[in-house]
Write a protein that binds this ligand. Sequence first.
Ligand SMILES: C[S@@+](CC[C@H](N)C(=O)[O-])C[C@H]1O[C@@H](n2cnc3c(N)ncnc32)[C@H](O)[C@@H]1O
Length: 209
Amino acid sequence: MTDGTNELLNEVAVYYSNRLAQHGQTAAGVDWRDADSQILRFDQLLTLIAANGPYTLCDVGCGYGALLDHISKLKHSVRYVGLDVSSAMVDAARQRFVHNPNARFEISSRPDTIVDYSVASGIFNVKLGRSEQEWEEYLLETLDMMNEVSTRGFAFNCLTSYSDTHKMRPDLFYADPLHLFQICKSRYSRHVALLHDYGLYEFTMIVRR
Ligand SMILES: C[S@@+](CC[C@H](N)C(=O)[O-])C[C@H]1O[C@@H](n2cnc3c(N)ncnc32)[C@H](O)[C@@H]1O
């Protein structure tokens, strides 16, 4: 990882630690509008997973661990690692799941082990003061990483460039879904699904091996 990326991730960590301090362990504490949309995103991402057997999962940008709450209800047999650059988020998640022997949380942006699947919900949205080009380079670097560490596939979401123009904000990054579809198809796998039909101003990309 370059010094530039480290600096960027430090800024991201400060931003989300502040959100957590302001709003606590809630959807708003990880910058979502509400819990329903947070879960709707998880359901899109989890279409990646063939849950008919045990699997390992890395949740990049896990926040306080809301995805693990959701997966626990689905009764999947999963060994889970949650990563977050915000130490406050990781502290909160560790406390919440202290009794779950199949889960661990690390302050990091890259897993220390190979996993079956990795997912990322919401990590590409807030670009703070970064340029479009700088943020896209960081996004692609992160996708390369997810591809490298995931043997069965990975999934992520982004705000869409097909949002209503008058609602778009300069501090957010709106990705072109077609451009990213093309990149995922040509770089990572023949099996790519673009989900852009779930009623939010965003899309989910599923990359299967
Ligand atoms: C929008 S919040 C979503 C949290 C969680 N995925 C959820 O949906 O409840 C994004 C989280 O990802 C973390 N984050 C952002 N970029 C990251 C990266 N590259 N690596 C690890 N954590 C990251 C932030 O600190 C923040 O806690």
